[in-house]
Design a protein around this ligand. Sequence first.
Ligand SMILES: Nc1ncnc2c1ncn2[C@@H]1O[C@H](COP(=O)(O)OP(=O)(O)OP(=O)(O)O)[C@@H](O)[C@H]1O
Length: 361
Amino acid sequence: MRFIELWANQFRNIAAERIPVDNRQVFLIGPNGQGKTNLLEAIYTLCYGSSFRTNQLKELTAHGQKAFKIEGRYLGDDHVVHTLVLEWKDGKRSLVLDDREVKDRKELIYNIPCIVFSHDDIFFIKGEPEQRRRFFDQTMSMYNPLFFDDLRRYRLVLRQRNQAIKDGRLELLALYDLQLAKYGLAIQSERTRAVYEFDQIFPSMYKNVSQSSLDVHIEYHPSWSDCATEDEIVEYLARTRSRDLSLLTTTSGIHRDRFLVMEDRQPFSQTGSTGQLRLASLIFRTAQMAFFQKKTGKEPLILVDDVLLELDFKKREQFLHLMQTYCQAFFTFLPEEHYFSELADEGALLYTVQEGRFLRS
Ligand SMILES: Nc1ncnc2c1ncn2[C@@H]1O[C@H](COP(=O)(O)OP(=O)(O)OP(=O)(O)O)[C@@H](O)[C@H]1O
């Protein structure tokens, strides 16, 4: 698929003007604070119904406004042009695809698979366990709707179980434990498989791009590591119930799983330099692209937000080589970063970005 045209109204500082983007590569070039990332955010929000910068859709509304709208026309894998519209109004989000309301955001994920490369990705490597869980859950949800469903159901049961603990309604726990075990085991098994496969891709990519022999790899440590069946999880939950009751929360489960980025036997966040961690975070994304393609045979749309700046020429070349398999890419660059020409195919679309306006160069 590829976007053909974008339009946003009252979305951050983007001017409400149609932006033709019918090209495999679109370059957005401009000084800081002009609206380059805002356009990437608008695309991402259209693809997933949520932003990669904030959990609050209302923040995307232009200053002084109460609503925004984004519209994208895209050529689908079915070779038909579709129109997708997202509107935020009166505190509510609505999504319409070809005049039909999209009731479940899940439909979108499988419609326009989109991967964003941003500076914040470094937190996948050096941030809290929650951030790595989110990365791997995202990676798996992109190709596996069943995993996505199991995650949603697990989260719902977890919330209900925690509420029951807080309310002292202990008679409900046995039922919740059965459900947690069911969805949790499915998620744990899928995470085990996915990390195994991801780890076939990531370490060699890291070695290639970094031009080093560092063995950086991923380890998965499930919270219920000693449990291989639903019955064993239920027993475990029963054994640890007093701990849950005293801490007023569910202290074990897939929401406590840990994904570790290791170099040899130590956490890479402790041994790697900032540059190495940053590079690893970029490789996380390219590995995510490769993984998605391996699973689905499809190429994702990618949004690359000024992350190439820190790489030296050699690493950038290696990295760009890995990043070839996309259906469409939007790149942001500062004007002084002339090296975008290393990347641009002949005929690529170039826009100069100035105060929220996109001027064809
Ligand atoms: N809700 C909003 N309403 C209006 N303008 C906004 C809103 N949020 C951010 N902006 C404006 O958008 C601009 C920032 O745009 P953006 O984050 O896209 O920068 P950028 O061009 O990607 O620059 P950089 O290279 O620094 O990342 C700033 O001028 C900011 O004031």
